[in-house]
Design a protein around this ligand. Structure first.
Ligand SMILES: [Zn+2]
Length: 661
């Protein structure tokens, strides 16, 4: 007596990707409802089952749908926006500012649909995502008919969907409550990374994941710098640090794990954490080479991911699978490392396990959800075929297969692609809408890139503010003499400081942009040792506001901010047309002269060797106040025995530039 099933797939090369790598040729798969009823040799299956729909697979490969173990699907809309940059410049300089401005439920929805179309075409039935407005990723994915682990992002910075982390944590809780138990979507929480999260966030997200028994999807140990910083700040590398924050109480999916040692691999294994290896992203951002062979040998569930399409720039799993195999061989110097069968397992069974969805998908076995694809190997780039070695079929898929060889896809028992036709999505409409989005983002960035000031504001580290100063600078020939006069003068000294200043001035093609000065102040204590260091960024506008008689000028600096990034970051982000370095030794006094507060700087400019200058400055707020102070400044200078004719109206940068010509 035959049992009736919904779909019977016959005449296929069935690769089950189960623990024994069972293959059936010709093989058949019986699907009932959302699940697989039976898998086996064709003769056995068609004897036992009758399908309401019977598909002749015509000798194609039938295997579980691929698992993209780490991505950020809505970022398809940012594909190709900024490339060939370092991770921090790419992320802080471009991605995050554009995301803050553009990412909305509508953006996320469109980006996800676009991604799903691409994922279906490249054989991916299930992916692990991490983004903002994750409920809209989930909705769009369910609409496309794909399976996903969707993680709502939580981090310490303001994000497009939350001003504070408490807000995004609340959103994550609500998201999990809403989607838990959905047939296609598994909700998760995603603390972005240890370096974008506080300890409190890591602990709170871990507790949330444990409370609902959902996975926690995060980025760990992506770059060597991350590990160095973690060691400096926490006295330990990344894995032990996040363990201390109870992360591994949850079911963890850790993206990257590029820079981890043997002990850390053991910790991941001990806590059954899954790892997502992202070969393209690691190569493109020069993050390094993950110890994938070691992790696999240790028994870790390592899946393969594309990472977000803004850093890849596509979601072609066939390319990732091939790269994973090739890189591992090149990196270990061992051509037997990660054979084709292993990387195919990584992109199916092990990937599903890494997502903690191994009970649902990743293999063709009775009871699992019917997530499967058909791949046509009978194409020019992939013939002939040898049958002597059972593993050669995996080699064919990995080394000569293309994503375009995928012809059909079923997810959860429902066809989403048939004979290369998408059944749930309108490709041409999605492409058109994506182009419209790109045009708007282009306008925004073109506008922003025109002005150094708006670029400075975009990275969020500075607040706009103006300060006006009345100032005069005089070239001094005899520094000790002036120092003596200043020390002996009966000035009321409010404060005195000694420091070394290292200034890097960026200049730009358009001189109206002014100079951006990166300043490193080393405070020098009484024993001539450096006591502390301060980094600041100042945007200096080109034109001085006004000149008073006696070479006293009113200057304006428009922007002052703590420099939270490295000089290298600012250089790569602002792309100045040139730069000049000025080093000086400065003694600075804050004094009262006839009741007016002045700053006195006695500078010895050592690089370039410009000699000594005495600067006198006072903050001012109105034109009348400025005129009054200009008068006092001139008087003050005269009282110090300085000749006003020696006044130097130019900034150091201008003096240095004229000297260098
Ligand atoms: Zn990522």
């Amino acid at each position: 007596m035959q049992q009736t099933v919904d779909v019977l797939l016959k005449n296929a090369i069935v690769l089950t990707m189960d623990d024994n790598y069972s293959q059936f040729e010709p093989g058949a798969v019986a699907v009932s409802g959302d699940s697989i009823s039976a898998v086996g040799p064709e003769a056995e299956i068609i004897q036992a089952y009758a399908g309401k729909e019977t598909i002749d697979c015509k000798g194609k490969v039938l295997l579980p749908g691929l698992i993209n173990a780490h991505t950020h699907v809505p970022m398809t809309l940012l594909r190709g926006l900024a490339d060939d940059l370092r991770l921090d410049v790419w992320l802080m300089g471009y991605m995050m500012p554009v995301e803050r401005r553009f990412v909305s439920p509508d953006f996320v929805r469109l980006g996800t649909l676009l991604a799903c179309a691409e994922l279906i075409r490249t054989g991916v039935t299930c992916f692990a995502d991490m983004y903002y407005f994750e409920e809209h990723v989930a909705q769009a994915t369910a609409q496309a008919g794909l399976r996903a682990l969707c993680g709502q992002t939580v981090m310490k910075y303001p994000s497009p969907d939350a001003a504070y982390f408490e807000e995004s944590l609340g959103a994550a809780r609500q998201f999990i409550q809403q989607w838990i138990g959905h047939p296609l979507i598994t909700p998760a929480v995603s603390p972005h990374a240890p370096y974008t999260c506080t300890q409190e966030i890591l602990q709170a997200t871990a507790a949330l994941a444990v409370e609902f028994d959902v996975p926690l999807h995060t980025h760990l140990s992506e770059t060597a710098q991350e590990v160095i910083n973690c060691r400096n700040e926490n006295g330990m590398p990344v894995i032990p640090y996040v363990k201390k924050q109870n992360i591994f109480d949850a079911k963890v999916l850790a993206a990257h794990c590029v820079h981890i040692d043997d002990g850390e691999i053991k910790t991941l294994l001990h806590h059954n954490a899954g790892v997502a290896h992202n070969p393209s992203s690691n190569l493109k951002l020069a993050s390094g080479f993950a110890p994938v062979k070691k992790m696999i040998d240790a028994g870790l569930n390592v899946g393969i991911g594309t990472d977000g399409p803004a850093s890849n720039n596509d979601m072609d799993m066939f390319e990732e699978i091939r790269l994973a195999a090739l890189i591992s061989k090149g990196y270990t110097g061992d051509p037997t490392a990660l054979p084709a069968s292993t990387v195919m397992a990584m992109s199916t069974r092990l990937g599903a396990n890494a997502l903690h969805l191994g009970h649902l998908t990743g293999t063709l076995e009775p009871g699992k959800r019917a997530d499967l694809i058909l791949v046509d190997l009978d194409l020019l780039h992939n013939v002939p075929r040898f049958k002597r070695d059972k593993n050669s079929i995996y080699a064919q898929l990995v080394y000569s297969g293309h994503s375009t060889d995928v012809t059909d896809m079923m997810v959860n028992g429902r066809w989403v692609m048939s004979n290369r036709q998408l059944l749930t999505l309108d490709e041409s409409e999605l492409i058109k809408q994506a182009q419209d989005y790109a045009a708007n983002i282009d306008i925004f960035l073109i506008q922003r890139e025109k002005s150094v000031l708006s670029k400075l504001i975009a990275i969020g580290s500075a607040t706009e503010g103006e300060s006006f100063e009345v100032q005069s600078k005089v070239h001094i020939k005899d520094r000790p003499a002036i120092l003596e006069i200043l020390e002996q003068n009966s000035l009321e000294v409010l404060h005195k400081r000694h420091y070394h200043e290292y200034d890097t001035y960026f200049n730009f093609e358009d001189s109206q942009q002014g100079y951006l000065r990166y300043r490193e102040d080393e405070y020098i204590g009484d024993d001539d040792q450096v006591t502390s260091i301060r980094y600041r960024l100042t945007l200096l506008t080109p034109a001085r506001e006004f000149s008073f008689p006696s070479e006293v000028i009113l200057s304006r600096s428009r922007f002052l901010a703590n420099a939270t990034h490295s000089l290298r970051f600012y250089r790569e982000y602002f792309k100045p047309s040139g730069e000049i370095t000025i080093e000086k030794d400065r003694i600075r006094w804050r004094v009262l002269y006839h009741g007016t507060e002045f700053y006195i700087n006695l500078d010895e400019v050592t690089k370039p060797a410009l000699g000594c200058y005495l600067e006198i400055k006072s903050r001012t707020w109105s034109r009348r106040d400025a005129e009054n102070k200009a008068h006092i400044t001139a008087e003050f200078l005269t009282s110090l025995g300085v000749r006003l004719e020696d006044a130097e109206p130019r900034d150091y940068i201008e003096i240095a530039r004229s000297e260098s010509h």
